[in-house]
Ligand binder design. Sequence first.
Ligand SMILES: *Cc1c(COP(=O)(O)O)cnc(C)c1O
Length: 228
Amino acid sequence: MSIKDNVGSLIQEVKRVCDHCNRDSSDISIVAVTKTVGITGMKEAIESGLTDFGENRVQELLEKIEQFDESVNWHMIGHLQRNKVKYIIDKVSLIHSVDSVRLAEEIQRQSLKLLKTTDVLIEVNVGSEDTKFGIKPDEILDFAGVISKYGNLRLRGLMTVAPYDEEPENIRPLMKLMHQKFNELKSLNLENSLIDTLSMGMSNDFKIALEEGATMIRVGSMIFGERS
Ligand SMILES: *Cc1c(COP(=O)(O)O)cnc(C)c1O
């Protein structure tokens, strides 16, 4: 299967799932996760109609940004060290991985310097796994209250990497919890916020994520094949 075929079946699958749970598939954004993927593969993804790429390492992100024009939207989806914020701040359209007040503070500082507003998501460690970054689900609302004080950040919602499970059905309750927190966050009407993005679902579990209210899915291996 070519990348073009894979993108075709992904889009078809998103449409199918949305139809069956009465959602509008045009409300769903697909972020193609391109870590370890070469430039040729990424160009093929663009030719297939994708516009948004996600990377989890700053170095790789910066190297790739140079190879493309401004029609591509870049997403920082991995853990972000504070000292690297300055390198990406004017280049990414969304930072998915805000997981500490100190990181938010640094994004605020660098954004203010450039007189820009940076769109961010709060990363949630929904399965409370030791190996993952992100704040705990019961800390979301307080954390959001704190970072909403930063005038150069615009909080757009939540992101999670759900625990891997061969049977994705098992993680449905965690995705339900994310959706519930997302709705609570929306109803707080915090300043400097526009809560419209729930970034949840990967190759293995995007169908369940869509059924449970994800608005953005991050898909790598289903598009580009397994990473070595
Ligand atoms: C790698 C990665 C993905 C994509 O995972 P696949 O299983 O390849 O679809 C999504 N989100 C994050 C944060 C990742 O690091």
